[in-house]
Design a protein around this ligand. Structure first.
Ligand SMILES: [Zn+2]
Length: 215
């Protein structure tokens, strides 16, 4: 079993089988979240039934999503904070914000892959998979930004995370700065990325009742 797998198993077990003390330990901040008390344990087989939560369609306030997301109503404000961080880091690196955030899904009633008794936060509309960012053309680029980036361009985790040269290295810097800023900000409790198995091409960000960072 991989070390990260052990971590999530322990954290998950402590949450599923104990009460407030391990919960406080497992989360990094003192804030509570409306879905914290919802059980995440599900039967390992058969059709999934996800708990009812209020879902909203959301387009993005600060930066829009390439297509609207369907999320738990309380998760929407976390996404707005996420967009603010995206905007801030993009301004620092490129001198302009992205036109859209590309995602690979939010609400999806399913189990966590590899953990048949654990409800995915996607099953509550309480998580998002972010694959990249599209930038619109600009009349001029900010000082220090390559002129080629006047044109529209795309940044993708799957393509740019490990880049070390040319414009692609700038995209890597953007993605990595964004990742570390998100970890600092505490908007999300679970932040997974290329460092976590199965997440080479996306950031998974959610507000589960436990903390897990492997980005
Ligand atoms: Zn995900």
């Amino acid at each position: 079993m991989r070390p990260t797998t052990c971590v999530v198993s322990l954290v998950t077990l402590s949450l599923l089988h104990a009460t407030s003390a391990p919960l406080a330990e497992a989360t990094s901040t003192d804030d509570s979240y409306p879905l914290d008390s919802l059980p995440r344990e599900v039967s390992p087989k058969g059709k999934m039934e996800c708990p009812h939560v209020d879902l909203v369609r959301y387009h993005g306030d600060v930066v829009r999503y390439h297509k609207p997301v369907l999320v738990y109503v309380g998760f929407k404000e976390r996404l707005t904070q996420f967009e603010e961080v995206v905007r801030e880091v993009a301004m620092e690196v490129y001198g302009r914000p992205p036109k859209v955030i590309h995602h690979a899904g939010t609400y999806n009633c399913r189990r966590v892959s590899g953990y048949p008794v654990l409800l995915s936060e996607h099953g509550l509309g309480n998580g998002i998979d972010v694959v990249g960012f599209d930038f619109a053309p600009a009349r001029r680029v900010a000082p220090g930004v390559p002129r080629s980036l006047r044109r529209e361009f795309q940044v993708r985790l799957g393509k740019h995370w490990d880049a070390t040269s040319g414009v692609a290295a700038l995209h890597a810097r953007f993605l990595r700065t964004l990742a570390s800023r998100l970890v600092q900000k505490g908007i999300f409790r679970v932040l997974l990325g290329p460092a976590y198995p199965g997440h080479k091409g996306h950031f998974h960000l959610d507000c589960a009742p436990y903390r897990l960072v492997a980005i």
